[in-house]
Design a protein around this ligand. Structure first.
Ligand code: ATP
Ligand code: MG
Ligand code: MG
Ligand code: MG
Length: 477
């Protein structure tokens, strides 16, 4: 039977309530007590001090649906959005947590029951794969997890051993850490570039990671002889499952963007940009990506502004500004040059306001902030277009200045160069961008960041003659 994304969210929370978990509301996207973190990017963030033993709660089991943003910072999925089936800048992470209460055995049994029991999600077991940590010099192979997966009925040939990159988690260089087990779903399509049938885990498009179970088992400290892992007196559980991904699985669609969490937003984006994409029309792939990006970025911008972030030239506000401008730019790629993103805010509120009542309070204010940014960006584009000339197009470094300073989209410049018969200096542009990213990373240290983005600057003022002839169809974002 059909289950909406909202029902799936609710079923997840209800399932864990039946297992004695306290339902806890999502925390803000702006981390409360962690200046090292750009945005909340996992369900466990709000419980960090509980895991560390520095904070006590009146419950030892919790479940939540956490607002997460992975754009900028350590996890950055911004460039993936629109081009993979499974990445968003904003997504909801469903999680169950044990603070020194149950451990591996129960965490595995709960996850398997929820996913496969006909009373709950009823997913076909033959489509699921699980992974365990293969072990390394410091930590042995996770033989316990392996056994518990066998115990719940996963056949040995569906349990895969993976390295630390995917299957070992650490809170930081020191502190709680431990192996993970991840659950993957086989979408059943040979989606690799060659169209070949590849076995797990070789095809990222076909085998989608849906749930990560983290077993916080060790306390890592650094001594003169190197890192030492001591067993935690009270091992804990932290899990995260993307609501959008599990919804795609349960709704039988191949992409998160085809779930009911996104289709109304995409439809609204079509209305607002006046651009309708025909189903399965190859030529429209770029337009489809643009609509997905608008839907995704509208969610991210709405939730970020609702949680108190404002567009700015540095830090969190800069990431928000980038997200908004990218959304606006994709509207332009679809032919919409007037402000439209602020209208998307109300669509997001209509879809998500029940689960996140804070949106109902803030939508009007959020829409005003978005509109102001849209109006400013329109002026920026006008200014930027005036600064664009042969010289800036020939020099990647100058082009990057335009991109950073005026938010001048790369597509515009690449296209303008093409029209003017100039070879765009992509290598120089990429080098300048890389340099800037390193500066931005270095500047995000414990909240004491210096200005990460340059302020508006006067550039040589030469009119670019051919700009009225620009065609805007680049897909590079
Ligand atoms: P991936 O390998 O697909 O990038 P991940 O390993 O980075 O995912 P985790 O950090 O393990 O993800 O987060 C737990 C879960 O959150 C994932 O299993 C996935 O379901 C979901 N998730 C992670 N990143 C995203 C994202 N950008 N958009 C949507 N869901 C996500
Ligand atoms: Mg990732
Ligand atoms: Mg992964
Ligand atoms: Mg993972």
């Amino acid at each position: 039977e059909y289950r909406s994304g909202s029902q799936i969210r609710e079923d997840f929370l209800r399932f864990f309530e039946t297992k004695g978990h306290r339902r806890v509301h999502s925390s803000s996207l702006v981390p409360a007590n962690d200046p090292t973190l750009l945005f909340t990017n996992a369900g466990m963030n709000q419980f960090k001090d509980v895991f560390l033993g520095a904070e006590k709660r009146e419950y030892s089991r919790a479940a939540s649906s956490q607002k997460c943003v992975r754009a900028g910072g350590k996890h950055n999925d911004l460039e993936n959005v629109g081009f993979t089936r499974r990445h968003h800048t904003f997504f909801e992470m469903l999680g169950n947590f044990s603070f020194g209460d149950y451990f591996k055995k129960d965490a595995i049994a709960y996850a398997w029951e929820l996913l496969t029991s006909p009373e709950w999600f009823g997913i076909d077991k033959a489509k699921l794969y699980v992974t365990i940590f293969e072990g390394d010099a410091a930590v042995p192979r996770d033989a316990e997890a392996y056994q518990f997966w066998l115990d719940v009925g996963v056949p040995a040939e569906r349990i895969f051993e993976m390295g630390a990159a995917d299957n070992f988690w650490a809170m930081g260089d020191t502190g709680p850490c431990g192996p993970c087990s991840e659950i993957y779903y086989d979408l059943g399509i040979a989606a690799s570039e060659t169209g070949e049938d590849l076995p797990f885990p070789k095809d990222e498009q076909r085998y989608v990671e849906i749930w990560n179970l983290v077993f916080m088992q060790f306390d890592r400290s650094v001594t003169a002889n190197g890192p030492v892992l001591a067993p935690l007196p009270k091992p804990s559980i932290d899990t995260g499952m993307g609501l959008e991904r599990v919804s795609a699985v349960l709704q039988g669609v191949l992409s998160n963007f085809e779930t009911d969490l996104f289709t109304p937003l995409i439809k609204r984006a079509e209305q607002l940009t006046g651009h309708k994409v025909e189903a399965d029309h190859e030529v429209d792939d770029r337009s489809r990506a643009s609509l997905r990006i608008i839907a995704d970025h509208a969610r991210a911008a709405t939730f970020l502004i609702s949680d108190g972030v404002l567009p700015a030239n540095e830090g969190r506000g800069y990431v928000l500004r980038k997200i908004l401008r990218r959304g606006i730019r994709h509207g332009r790629l679809l032919g919409q040059e007037k402000p439209f993103m602020h209208e998307m805010v109300f669509a997001v509120r209509d879809e998500m306001g029940v689960a996140y009542p804070e949106l109902k309070e803030s939508a009007e204010r959020v829409a005003k902030v978005v509109l102001a940014e849209e109006q400013q960006f329109a002026r920026t584009l006008e200014l930027g277009l005036r600064q664009m000339n042969e010289e800036t197009l020939r020099s990647g470094a100058l082009a990057f200045r335009l991109y950073e300073t005026f938010g001048m989209p790369l597509d515009f410049m690449v296209d303008a160069a093409r029209d003017a018969g100039i070879a765009f200096d992509m290598a120089g542009f990429d080098a300048a961008k890389e340099e800037e990213q390193q500066r931005a990373r270095a500047s995000w240290k414990g909240g004491s960041q210096k200005s990460a983005a340059p302020v508006y600057r006067e550039l040589a003022k030469t009119e670019f003659e051919g700009y009225s002839a620009l065609r805007v169809d680049g897909a590079r974002v």
